[in-house]
Design a protein around this ligand. Structure first.
Ligand code: NI
Length: 186
């Protein structure tokens, strides 16, 4: 599986360029944001699969409502990493606030989140792949699972298989699907 190996090893430059050449529409005009935020005092409020499912559902609702792309994400027991596009109309701060609020409203723990978050601009294609790899390897590094594929609460499975999970991911798969759909119409 070529895509799988791309994500296993971002140093395989030729694989990356061969893939992206064919998918000209897979590019972003704006910046991407690598965002990290944590549960209050790093408590493992996302330790259960039910809590992580709830986060994924909140992320998907927020994505649709505020119109941004999710390029990658991982839900860890006490923190979250997201790689996002600039939202269409609202500020990223507002969107992240809405996302955090929609999770905490449905949770028992108060406060649920640490109030600050880290936001890091990602410009180049190379950095983007690096961040994705970092995101997807998080559960492995932590010893939660042996392979990125085994952690259900990340975008890895989508990249590896094209499968649509709870969160809609903007990837070479979705770009290829759009391209295909528009060629069918014309
Ligand atoms: Ni992490």
């Amino acid at each position: 599986m070529a895509f799988y190996s791309l994500l296993q090893d971002h140093r395989r430059g030729p694989t990356i360029s061969r893939m992206t050449q064919g998918l000209r529409r897979y590019q972003f005009s704006g910046d991407l944001h690598f965002v990290t935020f944590s549960c209050y005092q790093l408590r493992p409020y996302l330790a259960s699969s039910a809590a992580r499912d709830l986060f994924e559902q909140a992320l998907e609702r927020t994505r649709l409502r505020y119109e941004f792309f999710v390029i990658g994400y991982v839900v860890m027991p006490e923190h979250v990493h997201l790689l996002l596009s600039e939202p269409k109309q609202y500020s990223l701060a507002k969107v992240l606030h809405a996302l955090k609020l929609s999770v905490s409203k449905l949770s028992r723990q108060r406060p649920f989140w640490q109030s600050r978050y880290y936001d890091f601009n990602v410009f180049s294609g190379r950095k983007h792949v690096e961040k994705l790899r970092y995101i997807h390897r998080n559960p492995v590094k932590r010893g939660l699972v042996p392979e990125p594929m085994d952690w259900r609460w990340s975008s890895f499975r989508h990249y590896a298989t094209g499968e649509r999970g709870i969160v809609g991911i903007e990837s070479f798969w979705t770009a290829a699907l759009r391209e295909h759909a528009s060629s069918q119409r014309s």
